[in-house]
Write a protein that binds this ligand. Structure first.
Ligand SMILES: Cc1ncc(COP(=O)(O)O)c(C=O)c1O
Length: 457
C-alpha cells in the first residue's frame, strides 16, 4: 500500500488561537464598520486575510536572525541576500525595500509618468494603485477564460497575447514596460505558463519594451509549471525559476510571500539604468542601498527562505494544503475559481449569494457572513478592491467578485481547513435567506478596501 502524503516538516513552536461567541463577533464587526481589515487580530479564530508575512519561518531562518549584520552600510547580510537572489533569478543588481509595494513605489517613481499605459495580467491592487496614483493606466490583458470560474485550465493567469499586442500598437510611445504578475493573484492565484512568459518576452522584444515581473509568488508559479507544463516535469524548481526570469528584465518582489519572511522586499534587474535611477529613489524612500528598510537579520532570513522555498518538497506541502481545502469545498459543491490556485481559494461570491445584487457587494457580504459564522477572516478580492474607474468614478464591476481565503505558509493544519470548509458550508446552506448586502458609507480615493466603512443593509 502506498503511504499517504504528509507535510515535509514537523512543528517546533506553536501559537495559541482563540474561539469567540457570535454575539461578540457581531459587536466587533459593527465597530469595524463591516470591514474585516479593521478587526483586531485577537478577535479572529482562523486568519485567512492574507498569506503575506503570515507564514511560519523554518528553524534555519530563525537561526539566521541571530547572525544578522546590522551595519548601516555594506552589511554581510545584504551580500548574502544579494548572492541568493543572483543565483535564483539571474539578476545582478539588487535593491532591498521594506516590502513589495515599496519596491513598486521606488521603481515606478523612476519609470511611470502621467498618461502612460502599463499592460499586464490583472495588476495587483498595490501595483494598480502605484500606476493610477501617478495618473497612468493599468491595462488588464489577462485571458478572458480567467473570468469563468468553473472552467478548468492549467494556466488561467496567462496574458492574452492578442490583447497585449493591440495595446502595444495603440499606445506604443506611452508604454514604459509590461508587467507580468506570477502567480496572478487577482485572477485566483493562477499560474502563468513558461510558454506564455516566452511569448510575452518575444512580443516585448518586437516592440522594444522591457518586461517586469511582479514576482511575489514566483516559486509557486514554478511548481505549477513543473506539474502542468510539458517538458518541465524533470526539471528542478530552481532550474524552472532561472528560465522564468530569463524572460524578464527585472522584478519587484514582496518577500512576505514566497521568501516566507514577515517583512521584506526588493527590486532586482539586469538593466543598469533602472538600478542607477532606483538607487536614488530608494535612498529617499527606503534607506541606504544595502538595507532599504530592512534589518540585517531580516535579510538573512529572506536569503534562507528564498533558498528553501525554491525546493519542490516545501512547495508541494503548501499547494497540497490548498488542494485539500478545495476538495472539501467540492464535497459541499461550493463554487470557487477552478482549479485551486497556489496560495488561496477564491470563492465565487455572486454564485453563492445569488440574491445579493452586485451593487451591494456579494463578496464583501460573504466575507462578513463567514466571520460571523465562525470567526474566520477571509478578504474581498472583488468589486470593492477594484476601486472606481479613475475617469468616470463609477464602481468597476467587470472583474470577478471573490471571497479570498488565503492560506498562510506552514501555519495552519488540515484540521483548520476542515473548520473553514464546514463554516462555509453552513453559510452556503442558508444562502437563499441572504438577500441584502452592503453599502459604502465612506471610502478613500485609491485602495479603498483597506479603510472603507460599510453599512449592512
Ligand atoms: C501580486 C502581489 N504584488 C504585490 C504585492 C504587494 O506586496 P506587499 O504587501 O509586500 O507590499 C502583493 C501583496 O499582497 C501581491 O500579492
Amino acid at each position: 500500500m502506498d503511504l499517504p502524503f504528509a507535510e515535509s516538516w514537523k512543528i517546533k513552536m506553536i501559537e495559541p488561537i482563540r474561539k469567540s461567541a457570535r454575539i461578540e463577533r457581531e459587536q466587533w464587526l459593527k465597530e469595524a464598520h463591516y470591514n474585516v481589515f479593521q478587526l483586531k487580530a485577537e478577535h479572529v479564530y482562523i486568519d485567512l486575510i492574507t498569506d503575506s508575512g503570515t507564514g511560519a519561518m523554518s528553524d534555519r531562518q530563525w537561526a539566521s536572525l541571530m547572525i544578522g549584520d546590522e551595519s548601516y552600510a555594506g552589511a554581510t547580510s545584504f551580500f548574502k541576500m544579494k548572492e541568493t537572489i543572483n543565483k535564483i533569478t539571474g539578476f545582478k543588481y539588487v535593491l532591498p525595500t521594506h516590502q513589495g509595494r515599496a519596491a513598486e513605489n521606488v521603481l515606478f517613481s523612476c519609470l511611470v509618468k502621467a498618461g502612460d499605459y502599463i499592460p499586464g495580467n490583472s495588476q495587483f491592487d498595490t501595483t494598480k494603485g502605484h500606476i493610477e496614483s501617478r495618473k497612468a493606466f493599468a491595462i488588464d490583458c489577462t485571458i478572458d477564460e480567467a473570468l469563468d470560474t468553473q472552467l478548468e485550465l492549467p494556466f488561467k493567469g496567462n496574458v492574452d497575447i492578442r490583447k497585449l499586442e493591440k495595446i502595444l500598437i495603440e499606445h506604443n510611445e506611452k508604454i514604459p514596460f509590461i508587467i507580468i504578475t506570477v502567480t496572478n493573484n487577482t485572477a485566483g492565484g493562477q499560474p502563468v505558463s513558461m510558454q506564455n512568459l516566452r511569448e510575452v518576452n518575444k512580443l516585448a522584444k518586437k516592440y522594444n519594451k522591457p518586461v517586469l515581473f511582479d514576482s511575489a509568488r514566483f516559486a509557486e508559479n514554478a511548481y505549477f509549471i513543473k506539474k502542468r507544463e510539458k517538458d518541465y516535469a524533470d526539471k528542478t524548481i530552481k532550474e524552472i525559476c532561472r528560465e522564468m526570469f530569463t524572460y524578464a528584465d527585472g522584478m519587484t518582489m514582496s518577500a512576505k510571500k514566497d521568501a516566507i519572511v514577515n517583512m521584506g522586499g526588493f527590486i532586482a534587474t539586469n538593466i543598469e539604468e533602472w538600478y542607477e535611477q532606483a538607487k536614488v529613489k530608494g535612498i529617499i524612500f527606503e534607506g541606504y542601498i544595502t538595507y532599504g528598510g530592512m534589518n540585517g537579520r531580516d535579510m538573512n532570513a529572506l536569503a534562507v527562505g528564498l533558498d528553501e522555498n525554491t525546493e519542490f518538497e516545501n512547495l508541494e506541502t503548501r499547494i497540497k494544503q490548498i488542494e485539500y481545502l478545495a476538495s472539501r469545498l467540492d464535497e459541499f459543491e461550493i463554487p470557487y475559481q477552478r482549479p485551486a490556485g497556489g496560495h488561496a481559494i477564491f470563492i465565487d461570491a455572486p454564485k453563492v449569494l445569488i440574491n445579493v445584487p452586485k451593487e451591494e457587494f456579494p463578496a464583501q457580504t460573504l466575507t462578513v457572513e463567514l466571520y460571523l459564522e465562525a470567526g474566520i477572516r477571509g478578504c474581498e478580492i472583488g468589486y470593492i478592491l477594484a476601486d472606481r474607474d479613475p475617469v468616470t468614478r463609477e464602481n468597476r464591476f467587470g472583474c470577478n467578485d471573490f471571497l479570498r481565503l488565503a492560506i498562510p505558509r506552514r501555519t495552519y493544519t488540515n484540521n483548520h481547513m476542515d473548520v473553514v470548509a464546514v463554516a462555509l458550508k453552513n453559510v452556503f446552506d442558508r444562502r437563499n435567506s441572504i438577500t441584502r448586502g452592503m453599502s459604502i458609507e465612506w471610502e478613500a480615493e485609491v485602495m479603498r478596501h483597506f479603510t472603507v466603512k460599510l453599512k449592512r443593509l
